[in-house]
Design a protein around this ligand. Structure first.
Ligand SMILES: *Cc1c(COP(=O)(O)O)cnc(C)c1O
Length: 392
């Protein structure tokens, strides 16, 4: 059979980690014990009360709908729990038409593009950044304008650097704070500027808040929806994945501008059939007990963060402790002349430790590498001992 796959797949960015995967396999073949500390996917289990609620509801014979399409039988307590959470956490009072439940943010980010963007439309995304913003644009036939995040700006997007022509044409602008991969956090004043920028140029601000709950040293991350009038200009993508060790469960929400929320809901209705009811029930449990559940999780990340930072700083780095996210973002040592691939390859060869080269996030990530804190303490500890013993 002779057929050609869709040309849109050819427009996807190349998978820059393929080369690293090969290098890792080579190192293993040569007998090196490889330790991965590169991927951001929580290692700790989902909290017991959430798992218990899943088990209860999935075996609840009194709920005849428990195995059926979630979209037709949504758990009404879930949007309510999300609205309560926004109220408690940020003092944001959402109406029901300002919120939609999602099957996680990655899914929602890609579907959002289908709901908002026409072929040829322009959308703005941060670089380095989460790849799915651009991938959604590519699938929708839209074009991404990348704004480089700079260390001297604290990796906050510099709206002034966006050319007037781009401001005129762009329909959506993506933000992500606390930020992956740079670990930067944004003060509320930054979100005020973002909302103002969106209003002035008629650009919908789409804020990805995947790490809003992974915070340390008492830091509380703001929501863009705290800005007065933001629900007119912005939407926020919240996810249970990183907050509650629930990446595999696929559940989150999007809140803000009602037309944008509705557009996403319409794509969802036409593409998926909603999440399993039991997962929705479990998500209610997570949101209703968020404060108690997150404390112990963040205490572990904070301890791991301190271990990695003290190891790197003892080796000559001078890194501040990130206030949020599950990553460490650090410049490569000077002698690698900003070549993150050369550094990470050398590190792998000499120590077996696998970190992510910033280059994997595109040219704006070059010069940096990322460590993930989502590995058991013993694993991170051994990785840090090997780095400490390496001559740099
Ligand atoms: C992990 C991550 C997501 C995806 O989260 P899910 O809800 O699990 O799809 C979205 N954005 C960023 C920046 C992430 O790091």
């Amino acid at each position: 059979m002779d057929f050609q796959i869709a040309s849109r797949l050819e427009k996807l960015p190349p998978y820059l980690f393929a080369d690293l995967r090969r290098k890792m396999a080579d190192a293993r073949a040569r007998g090196i014990k490889v330790i991965r500390i590169d991927i951001g996917d929580p290692d700790m289990p989902t909290p017991d009360p959430v798992v218990a609620e899943l088990c209860r509801s999935v075996t609840d014979a009194a709920d005849p709908d428990r195995h059926r399409y979630g979209c037709d039988r949504p758990v009404e307590a879930l949007p309510k729990a999300a609205i309560d959470f926004y109220g408690r956490r940020w003092g944001v009072n959402l109406r029901e038409d300002q919120l939609v439940i999602t099957m996680g943010s990655k899914d929602a980010i890609a579907k959002f593009a289908f709901g908002i963007l026409n072929p040829g439309d322009l959308a703005i995304a941060p670089a380095p950044g989460y790849p799915t913003y651009n991938i959604g644009h590519v699938f929708a036939g839209a074009i991404t304008y990348q704004v480089g995040l700079q260390a001297q700006d604290g990796f906050l997007m510099d709206f002034e650097s966006i050319p007037l022509e781009v401001r005129r044409l762009a329909k959506v602008l993506w933000l992500n704070y606390p930020n992956n991969p740079t670990t930067a956090v944004a003060p509320l004043e930054f979100f005020e500027r973002a909302v103002e920028f969106g209003r002035q140029h008629n650009i919908l601000i789409a804020h990805d808040s995947a790490y809003s709950e992974n915070t340390y040293d008492g830091y509380k991350s703001p929501s863009i929806l705290q800005v007065p009038g933001a629900a007119d200009v912005a939407v926020e993508f919240f996810s249970l994945s990183k907050a509650f060790n629930m990446t595999g469960w696929r559940v989150g929400c999007v809140a803000g501008n009602p037309s944008a929320v509705k557009a996403l809901a319409r794509v969802q209705e036409n593409v998926d059939n909603g999440q399993l009811r039991s997962i929705q029930f479990a998500a209610v449990q997570a949101l209703n007990h968020a404060e108690e559940l997150m404390g112990p999780i963040n205490a572990v990340y904070q301890r791991r963060r301190d271990l990695v930072i003290s190891t790197l700083n003892a080796k000559g780095w001078s890194l501040a402790k990130p206030k949020a996210t599950i990553y460490i973002w650090a410049p490569v040592p000077a002698r690698y002349k900003s070549d993150s691939t050369a550094f990470t390859t050398d590190l792998l060869e000499k120590t077996g430790v696998m970190v992510t080269p910033g280059r994997g996030y595109g040219q704006w990530g070059e010069g940096y590498f990322r460590i993930s804190l989502t590995y058991p303490d013993v694993v991170l500890k051994e990785a840090m001992e090997r780095i400490a013993a390496m001559s740099l």
